[in-house]
Design a protein around this ligand. Structure first.
Ligand SMILES: Cc1ncc(COP(=O)(O)O)c(C=O)c1O
Length: 387
């Protein structure tokens, strides 16, 4: 444990000790069902209220604009289906991008055959959408646009402000859904000021527990649930609340936001040291993440290797990384995101995602580069000898 170097923080993060302690305390002492009318229920409801307020404050939103879900995947599903289902007259055209997380992409693809026309915005070599293409695609029939804020594979940050400005010029009624799972808790995002109507969040990316997330929802939207039952979470997400998870999420938000600028600066420095050290010590590589990407993510392709082979060699040295994104890396397919950015197969095959946390240290970064210097020459394909 002590010598582990965890550089896979975009797939998940280690929970803060304070989060674990708080969840343990809540599980032991506040185990009532929040719907129960007795004091045990009221105590649980009170803890949920506190967590909801913490999350609302972190977004400069109201507590009734926050709905708890089981994580980013459910939040994305609820945002899209929960808005489109009760609003059939708002238009049958929907827009997303080619670089979304599968929990958005797959929902859009499933809607394509069901009466919706779907447009996918392309991205440039930096993974960024084109505002001109957006202008061409958006029309008076566009009901919804879903866009990822920080890309989970490369860290590109989409120009949300510009997107909202353009959509307001063309169709004020188009609803904007932002998947902020990789940005939340790492940069300030104020959905109301930005004109975002729906925003997906996840706890386990910010040192909170897994299996809990939330959605910010503009109160003027008509929404319907995708999970039916007892009517919890303002009738939008039935099921007995995950009280320890919600409280752990609230605690992680409290800690993360108290240190948001420091953490960002520390991680930015780590990434800078990492990039400089790679440039000085390693040859034949390509940095795929754009220069102005989130500091928390660095995608680098090493020539002449298979990413999975490198991943396992690093693992032998207790260094943990990802190939492409964790969600698609078990499927043996080339990254859709990297292909959309025009990265050639030669590089995609050797692409590794290093993703950071403020728990990482400079020493860990140096050790990782030393490991790369040791491993790469051993696993690189040798050029064929000719007579
Ligand atoms: C951008 C993005 N959206 C959504 C998700 C899904 O979140 P969760 O794991 O909480 O379901 C992830 C997780 O990797 C992600 O990176």
């Amino acid at each position: 444990m002590k010598n582990e170097i965890f550089l896979d923080n975009s797939s998940t993060t280690k929970p803060y000790d304070d989060v674990i302690d708080f969840m343990s305390q809540i599980s032991k002492e506040v185990y009532g069902n929040p719907s129960s009318l007795h004091t045990k229920g009221i105590a649980a409801e009170r803890e949920i209220k506190k967590a909801r307020q913490l999350i609302a404050d972190s977004l400069r939103a109201q507590s009734n604009e926050i709905i708890f879900t089981s994580g980013g995947t459910e939040s994305n599903n609820l945002a899209i289906r929960g808005y489109l289902n009760p609003n059939p007259r708002k238009g049958k055209h929907i827009i997303t991008t080619t670089v979304e997380h599968p929990s958005v992409m797959e929902v859009y693809q499933s809607l394509a055959g069901k009466g919706y026309t779907v447009d996918y915005l392309n991205v440039d070599n930096d993974g960024i959408i084109s505002i001109d293409e957006l202008k061409e695609k958006i029309n008076e029939n566009t009901a919804l646009i879903s866009i990822i804020l920080v890309n989970n594979e490369v860290g590109s940050i989409q120009p949300i402000e510009q997107l909202v400005r353009i959509k307001n010029q063309i169709n004020k009624n188009t609803v904007i859904h932002v998947d902020a799972v990789q940005g939340y808790g790492k940069m300030e995002i104020h959905p109301k000021a930005l004109g975002i109507d729906l925003m997906s969040l996840s706890s386990h990316k910010i040192h909170g527990p897994k299996g809990i997330g939330a959605i910010f929802m503009n109160q003027s939207l008509k929404m319907s649930p995708i999970i039916y039952g007892g009517g919890q979470e303002s009738m939008l997400r039935s099921g007995t609340e995950n009280v320890p998870g919600i409280c752990g999420f609230g605690k992680a938000v409290e800690i993360s936001f108290a240190n948001i600028n420091n953490n960002h600066e520390n991680v930015r420095k780590l990434k800078e040291i990492f990039v400089n050290s790679i440039m000085e010590n390693i040859e034949k590589f390509k940095i795929i993440s754009p220069i102005n990407a989130s500091p928390y993510i660095l995608n680098v392709a090493f020539e002449g290797i298979k990413a999975e082979v490198l991943l396992h060699h690093l693992e032998e040295k207790s260094i943990f990384v990802s190939t492409g994104s964790a969600c698609s890396s078990r499927k043996n397919i080339h990254s859709r995101v990297l292909r959309s950015m025009g990265v050639t197969s030669k590089y995609i095959e050797g692409a590794i995602r290093f993703s950071f946390s403020h728990f990482n240290t400079e020493e860990q970064i140096i050790k990782t580069v030393e490991a790369l210097v040791d491993i790469l020459p051993r696993i690189r394909k040798k050029p064929k000898l000719t007579n």
